[in-house]
Design a protein around this ligand. Structure first.
Ligand code: UGA
Length: 439
């Protein structure tokens, strides 16, 4: 099989590389010449564990190619994935201009039957718009080439994307013809060896599945953050409550960890977009609106704890921050709670020194030189009045607390991810604050 992936961002690059890994001939296309030049040199636009090695292995084998030419990539291909960005517009709805521009380009250059698949997260109804764009472009050429559209939402998590792609829980594909179903079955066959299913459905349902999945996960998190906050007020311990409810298989143990709010490029954007889609169609997503506002408030919880601890006297205090990315194993700073926390600390006149294993370059884009970037986690602690643990990178989990205590001016730890043991920290002489856990 021969496929093209249009849009070599996060989803596109992982998708293309993983398909190449199982032996499929893949061309990844992007209009950004610099990005493509870099990829030819083995420089990736994103950080994802294991991806760099996999890209170079498949490039060497000749199965993975990069190009800026849609015309070349699309020629003779069985499947073309549209994996370009859908940035949220002013009003929160997904902006489809890039998706539809690709559809136009496909219509202008395709030369044989193919399935055109939307992989980007797109609102219900987008595949139909893609079909219309391709048809218009074909008509302009006076061509009548047969094609199908399909929707194949992506469920990969940053930091674990390769594993998620190679060993998926499920693959969801929305199709409108038996022929497209056959092509997509053949394409995904190598990924179904672990017994998980490929679920075929109609196109609107596949499009909706993506939003429903992310919205449900975001709901679990906001729900638990609400419970954690109430636990603090009522003297309960959210860790106990989490275990207590998680052992009910209907609830499950995953995605019920309270913290400082969900971030990233997906949950905030998709929750907003679904609320918007519903509103445009005369329906109010009441639960999701609450999910969103709980999340906004939760990003400030750690700052509020710091403020209370210091009796509102934050001016001139030196704050150490461990972790900047929205979650571990990524350099993604989009909607990262760290940004909200740091802005609030700076506004109060604190000085901030942060350490993150990979996200510093990304963080600089937004924070510039308004904060100091430490060379390692201990360097960040020198003379600090407090340590705020913002991202639960594995290397922060078990530091030598004697060293931590020696470096800091005041022994106060604010743990936004509940990674430490309150008893241990008290014994080491720290004041310890976390989220919803009795300390
Ligand atoms: C999410 C979904 O998990 C993927 O299935 C989906 O494909 C992806 O969005 C997407 O739409 O492309 P991702 O944004 O990479 O993936 O990150 P997650 O690992 O899901 O974490 C999201 C946020 O939730 C993080 O800020 C994390 O800290 C937070 N979180 C997660 C919690 O606060 N508590 C939890 O129990 C779990």
């Amino acid at each position: 099989m021969k496929i093209a992936i249009v849009g070599t961002g996060y989803v596109g690059l992982v998708t293309g590389t993983c398909f190449a890994e199982v032996g499929i001939e893949v061309t990844c296309i992007d209009i950004d010449q610099k990005k493509i030049d870099n990829l030819h040199k083995g420089i990736l636009p994103i950080y994802e564990p294991g991806l760099e090695e996999m890209v170079s292995r498949n490039v060497e084998k000749g199965r993975l190619k990069f190009s800026t030419s849609l015309a070349d990539g699309i020629k003779d291909c069985d499947v073309a994935f549209i994996a370009v960005g859908t940035p949220p517009g002013e009003d929160g709805s997904a902006d489809l201009k890039y998706v539809l521009a690709v559809a136009r380009g496909v219509g202008e250059h395709m030369n044989s039957y193919g399935v055109i698949v939307t992989k980007s997260t797109v609102p219900v109804g987008t595949a139909a718009k893609v079909r219309a764009e391709i048809e218009k472009a074909l008509a302009r050429r006076g061509e009548t080439i047969e094609f199908d559209v399909a929707s194949n939402p992506e469920f990969l998590k940053e930091g674990a994307a390769i594993d998620d792609f190679l060993k998926p829980d499920r693959i969801v594909v929305g199709v409108a013809s038996a022929r497209a179903e056959e092509v997509m079955t053949k394409l995904y066959k190598p990924f179904l060896l672990n017994g998980h299913p490929i679920i075929f459905m109609d196109i609107p349902s596949a499009e909706m599945t993506k939003y429903a999945a992310n919205s449900m996960l975001a709901t679990k998190i906001s729900f638990m953050n609400d419970i954690a906050n109430l636990c603090e007020i009522m003297g309960a311990d959210v860790n106990m409550v989490r275990k207590g409810i998680g052992s009910d298989a209907r609830i499950g143990t995953k995605f019920i960890y309270p913290g400082i709010g969900y971030g990233g490029s997906c949950f905030p954007k998709d929750v907003k977009a679904l609320i918007k889609t519903a509103a445009e169609n005369g329906y109010e997503m009441q639960v999701l609106k609450a999910v969103e506002s709980v999340n906004e408030a939760q990003k400030e919880v750690l700052f509020d704890k710091v403020t209370r601890h210091f009796g509102g006297q934050l001016k001139g205090k030196k704050m150490a921050i461990w972790g900047l990315s929205f979650k571990p194993k990524t350099d993604d700073m989009r909607e990262a709670p760290s940004l909200v926390i740091i802005e609030k600390l700076l506004a109060e006149g604190c000085t901030v020194t942060a350490y993150d294993p990979v996200a510093v370059a990304e963080a600089r884009h937004t924070l510039g030189d308004r904060i100091t970037y430490a060379k390692d986690e201990f360097d960040a602690l020198i003379d600090a009045d407090a340590l705020l643990v913002v991202t639960e990178w594995p290397e922060f989990r078990s530091p030598n607390f004697d060293v931590v205590a020696r470096l800091m001016k005041q022994k106060a730890i604010f743990d936004g991810r509940n990674i430490y043991d309150a008893k241990e920290l008290h014994e080491a002489g720290f004041t310890y604050h976390c989220i919803g856990i009795r300390t």
